[in-house]
Design a protein around this ligand. Structure first.
Ligand code: MN
Ligand code: MN
Length: 467
């Protein structure tokens, strides 16, 4: 081997170079592929926040977690979970230290951009039955046309029961569809900007085209659709008022690329961080610090509402944990650390102009540590302190986790936020760590498998940290 020059040695000593995970850990591929197979299977079954909570609870109960009971006393290593309305979830493994020394919180969100059915959605027009929708979260509306969509959700009945509802996932199921114009007739539509290419009231789902046979009734196509819904699910048009029905892409997660190094799937944001956090929580035995893994809802619409992080639900749970150890809540909070587990934008070679190359994240380079998100002058964000950055990056280094820094695009290119600020505003140290994505918020998003696996390693390191 050729000996290194003085300059090469100095550069090694002084320069910060980000290397792809595959260069540092070429042997990692097998365990990473196996982990990602499990992730793909889980994600294919958990497309909505409610489904994610259900699937997570199955794994938690298999692993011995029980529903949290504030009146019980728990010992180190005991495992509990607490569901908030079936749409958000908290999980804890009790630690050896008391809550006086703080807890380790890891929060991901389990809602993803989609099309929600309106409260009175069904109508007939031009010989079709259609559903009106209101899009949920920041979507590029034109991307949601001409793709097969499935309906997922629940109907809440007057007798207090909640009926799950899924159409479009089984091979033999019908799907739903938002139409777009054919290019031949797109001349006028082509003059619209990309943002206006498809309007919110144009995101209507095709749901049927055959009429009910009786010619004496009006809106026969709508009536036949209602009859089919009633026969199979026992629901009437009024039941949609007491329902939450989400239209999501009907396809399953797939490997992407000849080397199978990436995953193309709906809802990586932020179920990729939630799944890796779940696996890290499950793997935690008897940690030094009590863990609080939290899956929040409503992040994509600003975290408001009683299942979103801008409500009390997580902080009331933290109060329970303080009371459990007979420790003042404020004292526990002052020593608590939090990781906001969310995805960030990865560098896209087809659209390089929105990224600044020294500070953007790259797929396959490990988890992204994002000091701040926000927009235009660091508005609307929590800017993690130098000390918080030092704690988390040194933790990742100690555990051989490949990580990189990231930001949400060039300074004036746009921006966005995460749940980090809602935790920071409660006097807790927090930083964003997660997986970089391509085509975030599209009906099919892209993640690197190496980053997914590194994300799991990062979260496991934090949950099990002894320092
Ligand atoms: Mn997110
Ligand atoms: Mn998002």
């Amino acid at each position: 081997m050729k000996e290194k020059t003085e300059g090469q040695k100095l550069a090694e000593q002084l320069c910060y170079v980000r290397k792809p995970v595959a260069e540092r850990f070429p042997e990692l591929t097998e365990e990473c592929q196996a982990f990602c197979e499990e992730y793909k299977a889980f994600l294919g079954k958990a497309k909505t926040e409610r489904e994610f909570v259900c699937e997570a609870i199955k794994l938690l109960e298999q692993a011995g977690y029980t529903p949290f009971d504030p009146s019980r006393h728990y010992k180190p290593g005991d495992k509990v979970y607490y569901s908030n309305r079936g749409k958000a979830l908290m999980m804890t493994t009790f630690g050896r230290k008391t809550a006086a020394e703080g807890v380790h919180i890891n929060i991901a969100h389990i809602d993803s951009p989609r099309l929600d059915l309106k409260a009175n959605p069904l109508y007939e027009d031009g010989g079709f039955a259609l559903f009106k929708t209101h899009y949920y979260g920041g979507i590029r509306k034109y991307q949601w046309t001409a793709v097969p969509l499935a309906l997922h959700g629940v109907f809440a009945k007057a007798d207090g029961t909640v009926q799950p509802f899924v159409i479009g996932e089984e091979e033999q199921d019908p799907v739903f569809y938002v139409t777009d114009l054919l290019p031949h007739l797109g001349r006028e539509q082509n003059k619209r900007t990309l943002a206006e290419g498809i309007g919110g009231e144009e995101l209507n789902l095709l749901a049927g085209s055959l009429p009910y046979p009786d010619k004496e009734v009006s809106e026969r196509v709508k009536l036949l659709t209602l009859q089919l819904l009633h026969e199979k699910y026992g629901i009437t048009e009024k039941d949609f008022i007491c329902a939450e029905i989400e239209a999501v892409p009907a396809y399953k997660p797939r490997d992407l690329g000849l080397d199978r190094s990436m995953i193309a799937a709906y809802a990586h944001d932020d179920k990729v961080c939630a799944y890796t956090a779940l696996r890290a929580e499950l793997a935690t035995k008897t940690p030094a610090y009590t863990t609080v893994t939290c899956f929040a809802d409503k992040e994509e619409t600003g975290s408001d509402g009683n299942t979103g992080l801008n409500s009390e639900f997580l902080f009331q749970y933290l109060e329970y944990l303080a009371e459990h150890d007979k420790v003042p809540y404020k004292q526990m909070i002052a020593h608590t650390r939090c990781l906001s587990a969310d995805v960030n934008a990865g560098f896209d070679p087809t659209f390089p102009s929105v990224s600044e190359k020294n500070n953007t994240a790259y797929l396959g380079h490990g988890v992204v540590v994002t000091k701040y998100t926000g927009a235009g002058g660091k508005y609307d964000t929590s800017d993690a302190s130098a000390e918080t950055m030092a704690y988390f990056t040194s933790l990742l280094d100690r555990h051989q986790v490949c990580w990189q820094t990231g930001e949400l695009g060039k300074v004036d290119a746009g921006g966005g936020g995460t749940v980090a600020k809602f935790v920071a505003n409660r006097n807790i140290d927090v930083v964003d760590i997660g997986v970089p994505l391509l085509s975030m918020h599209a009906p099919c998003e892209v993640a690197s498998k190496l980053d997914v696996y590194m994300c799991y390693k990062a979260f496991a390191a934090f949950a099990g940290d002894e320092a």
